[in-house]
Design a protein around this ligand. Structure first.
Ligand code: SF4
Ligand code: SF4
Ligand code: FES
Length: 201
């Protein structure tokens, strides 16, 4: 039990007690983001979370549940698609590689490591109470906002997705299994609101 992860317990239940239990996972190393569940009310990756003696394992809130521990990600994927989270240029690309500052490239790569696991969205009190898409989407919008090949007004998109409803509790950052900080991404957008982004597209 000591070295078991939550996913091991779920698999054991599936294999020994409930062969019809629906759950999902892919990588088992904290990289795919598919195994996220709630354990005793806290959203976690099942493959990374250490077992506890008493656990209540539930599907991620506030998403619709397909069955047992499997959530319906249709709206999540539609939201990602609607935000157009690849670089959107105002003018046609000339076909030559863009020069990019190595430090900025590192920052963009780091934001790209988001697992889309929805642990942060599931934990965000502003999503629960207000009209706010949630921290994961703000993080990806920030990735585009700092991308030198992107000319779209990402601040406007973030505001349209309810960013101002975030009240800076930092829970999303504390729980992110990829050590990312959606709260910091939001703080950077807020600075842009005050000081401007220089973008108009
Ligand atoms: S920001 Fe972190 S918690 Fe949120 S979806 Fe990405 S990896 Fe998951
Ligand atoms: S900092 Fe903002 S986005 Fe993150 S959990 Fe708190 S309210 Fe939600
Ligand atoms: S199975 Fe891939 S993150 Fe848990």
């Amino acid at each position: 039990m000591e070295n078991m992860r939550v996913l091991d317990v779920i698999r054991s239940i599936y294999e020994n007690q409930a062969g019809d239990l629906a759950y999902q996972f892919a990588c088992r190393i904290g990289r795919c983001g598919t195994c996220a569940v709630r354990v005793n009310g806290v959203s976690v990756l099942a493959c990374q979370e250490q077992c506890k003696p008493h656990m209540k394992i539930e599907p991620l809130q506030p998403f619709p549940v397909l069955r047992d521990l499997v959530i319906d990600r249709t709206e999540v994927e539609a939201r990602y698609a609607a935000l157009a989270l690849t670089p959107q240029r105002a003018t046609e690309h000339e076909g030559t590689p863009d020069a990019i500052d190595p430090e900025l490239a590192g920052d963009i790569c780091q934001l790209d490591s988001c697992l889309a696991c929805m642990v942060c969205v599931s934990s965000c009190p502003a999503v629960e109470e207000r009209a706010f898409d949630g921290p994961a989407f703000m993080l990806k919008l920030r990735q585009m906002a700092i991308h030198p090949s992107d000319d779209k007004d990402r601040l406007q998109q973030a505001v349209g997705a309810g960013m101002v409803e975030c009240f800076g509790c930092d829970l999303c950052t504390q729980l992110c299994p990829a050590d990312l900080s959606p709260a910091e991404a939001i703080r950077e957008f807020r600075k842009d609101m005050i000081f401007g982004t220089g973008r108009t597209a």
